[in-house]
Design a protein around this ligand. Structure first.
Ligand SMILES: *Cc1c(COP(=O)(O)O)cnc(C)c1O
Length: 398
């Protein structure tokens, strides 16, 4: 049986949480620091500075680090920008964009959803039409997009959509929970007003932090809101705290997840030591090799077109006659944990393999993953077994 990096547990290859590096585990495992000691404050301050670099955001932009999941980050972004009665346009690509639409509706916003079938994304032209149409009824406050939809493995090209938002006088929010540090994203250059993520995906940290960087226009929009958002999610409440950490002074609004903050600094330092571009390129290379391996196993992707396939995870259709629960159980017996699909509209069933963060720097972990999936499929009477799949992964002729 093949084992995880510790040799005593299966390898975790789901779309978050993901395996973390030894350096991150070590940083996280310290006795819980006080949020008022200089070492923690300095670590927090350095992490905030590094976020601007990983996000490729402007010097004047404001990073926020909040104890909570990606969902808390989505809600923070939405509620600091859009008030009851205001209008938002949302590009639907799956489960998480539907969640964002629900948040906006609960906040009393008028939401125009630009729909797409499961595994697909709306064309930019459709988004342009929706913005123009919504605008005829009143100003559009913000456009919401999901960079990688984790339910279907669909990757969109955010640049043109962000440009459309600007043309229509709308702010832009990008849910980069399954993409930040795994897919190319240039916050300043592409003009995203908020780019948000969570710790347990491509940043390769334990779960528990929502992270985002907001630009000037977004911060100004919060100041101009007719009524404040919920206190815990309020940028105005957190901004002085984040500033204090960067200035090296103690400050308190709500106790930060101090172990996670120490781990955040370690994880971002690793990414920056590699180089953001190099880290993204590693994800591209890993995804390309895995696509070859899945092809050798006769597995078809959920995304409707090749250019929509994400580099941070694979969503793979079940071969006919293969039972999902049995397959996932067999993959685990072969030493790797992968995830079931979660989009209700994908017919015939599918499963998901996360390949983001530290694991893409370790070819042997990708090899173990392909080996386990291939063996499990063979156990279920499908595919050629691990030999051809591992050969395809490594680019070798059969
Ligand atoms: C995982 C994920 C979320 C939700 O994050 P949680 O930490 O589970 O709350 C939101 N959006 C996307 C794109 C995700 O992949």
């Amino acid at each position: 049986m093949h084992q995880g990096p510790d040799q005593d547990r299966p390898l975790l290859m789901i779309p978050g949480p993901v395996e973390v590096s030894p350096a991150v585990r070590e940083a996280y495992a310290v006795p819980p620091p006080s949020h008022r000691v200089p070492e923690l404050i300095e670590s927090f301050g350095r992490a905030l500075g590094m976020m601007r670099r990983v996000w490729r955001a402007g010097e004047g932009s404001q990073p926020f680090v909040l104890a909570g999941g990606g969902t808390a980050g989505m809600e923070m972004a939405a509620l600091n920008l859009v008030a009851a009665g205001e209008r938002a346009v949302l590009v639907e690509t799956g489960f998480f964009s539907r969640r964002m639409a629900e948040m906006l509706r609960r906040a009393g916003a008028h939401v125009t959803v630009v729909p797409a079938a499961a595994g697909d994304a709306p064309a930019a032209g459709r988004v342009a039409e929706a913005l123009a149409e919504a605008r005829r009824m009143g100003p559009v406050k913000a456009l919401f997009v999901t960079h990688v939809d984790t339910s279907t493995g669909v990757l969109i090209d955010p640049g043109p959509l962000l440009a459309l938002a600007r043309e229509h006088g709308a702010l832009s929010v990008v849910d980069g929970v399954c993409s930040a540090a795994g897919e190319e994203f240039r916050t300043a250059e592409w003009g995203a007003d908020v780019f948000l993520t969570a710790s347990q995906k491509a940043l390769s940290l334990p779960p528990g932090l929502a992270l985002m960087v907001a630009g000037d226009a977004a911060l100004a929009a919060r100041e101009a809101l007719p009524s404040p958002p919920p206190l815990y999610l309020d940028w105005q409440a957190w901004r002085p705290i984040m500033r204090a950490y960067e200035e090296g002074t103690p400050s308190y609004f709500s106790t930060p997840a101090t172990n996670l903050v120490v781990a955040l600094e370690a994880g971002l330092a690793e990414i920056l030591a590699d180089g953001v571009e190099a880290r993204v390129e590693r994800h591209r290379r890993a995804a390309r090799a895995l696509r070859a391996a899945w092809g050798a196993l006769g597995l078809n992707p959920v995304p409707a077109r090749t250019e929509l396939i994400a580099n941070t995870l694979s969503a793979l259709r079940l071969p006919p006659g293969v039972d999902l629960r049995i397959l996932l159980g067999r993959i685990k017996e072969h030493g790797v944990i992968v995830a079931a699909g979660i989009h209700p509209d994908v017919e015939g069933g599918y499963f998901r393999v996360g390949h983001m963060g530290w694991t893409v720097t370790r070819p042997e972990l990708l090899r173990r993953t392909v080996d386990a999936v291939a063996r499990a499929l063979a156990d279920c009477g499908h595919g050629p077994g691990p030999g051809p799949a591992v050969a395809a992964l490594e680019g070798e002729p059969d």
